[in-house]
Design a protein around this ligand. Structure first.
Ligand code: DX5
Ligand code: ZN
Length: 224
């Protein structure tokens, strides 16, 4: 199982975004989590294509774009054009989720689907064969710095059981409230892609990443 820390630039210092991305890359971070919010699907507005396009020029990391956007199928091609390597859409945001998955696939990038804390795994379990990743939100989408919702751990477990039973090749990502203790909880439940905003960016970025990578490594050794 490949574990990755996926720092969310929502918690970055936008005045020093390029420099912070370089620091992450130097520390061996492979995934960059990019939270796009539209002020409709979620209350807040973050950033969009121009920011992604401009950091794309400077980074070779895997751009994991999390669209917290209503009717995201309208924007798939735009996000691919500005440099996304994967696009994650919310099950709750799409009228025709299967069609939206197809559009992402046809655009040539990896496909992720996400569920909010109140959305059951059952709502998406029939689509697992068609996706590369499921993002289980562990807070209400919309803001960084919230507390991990413990009930979401069971959803990760449930998903992991289905994926293993059906021998599917699907990553499980968790997003929201990840820290020293919830990281271990989520990994034990079956998550392998760990999004973290404040945990990574609050304080000294370089030493945080080193410490978190070490911790992930220790936990994964215990689990294997
Ligand atoms: C929340 C976003 C998250 C957020 C995580 O809607 O999807 O990616 O930035 O932030 P932390 O790790 O601070 O909870
Ligand atoms: Zn996110």
């Amino acid at each position: 199982m490949e574990y990755q820390l996926c720092p969310s630039i929502l918690s970055a210092d936008f005045n020093r975004l390029g420099e912070q991305i370089q620091t992450l890359e130097k520390q061996g971070v492979k995934w960059l989590h990019i939270d796009v919010m539209d002020g409709d699907f979620v209350p807040s507005i973050s950033f969009g294509m121009p920011v992604i396009r401009s950091i794309r020029k400077e980074s070779k990391m895997f751009f994991d774009v999390h669209l917290m956007v209503s009717a995201p199928e309208r924007y798939i091609q735009d996000f691919v054009d500005c440099g996304a390597d994967s696009i994650t859409i919310h099950a709750e945001a799409c009228e025709d989720l299967e069609r939206a998955i197809e559009l992402i696939r046809d655009a040539g990038v990896k496909v992720g689907i996400s569920i909010k804390p109140a959305t059951p795994v059952n709502d998406i379990s029939h689509l697992l064969e068609d996706v590369d990743m499921v993002l289980v939100m562990t807070v209400q989408p919309g803001f960084g710095g919230q507390k991990y919702i413990p009930e979401c751990t069971e959803k990760v477990q449930e998903l992991k059981e289905i994926i293993d039973r059906e021998e599917l090749n699907v990553d499980i990502q968790v997003d929201g409230g990840i820290n020293d203790s919830t990281m271990e909880t989520a990994m034990r439940a079956g998550a392998n892609l760990l999004v973290a905003g404040s945990y990574v960016f609050n304080g000294d970025l370089e030493s945080n990443v080193q410490r978190i990578h070490q911790k992930m490594q220790d936990i994964s050794e215990k689990l294997n």
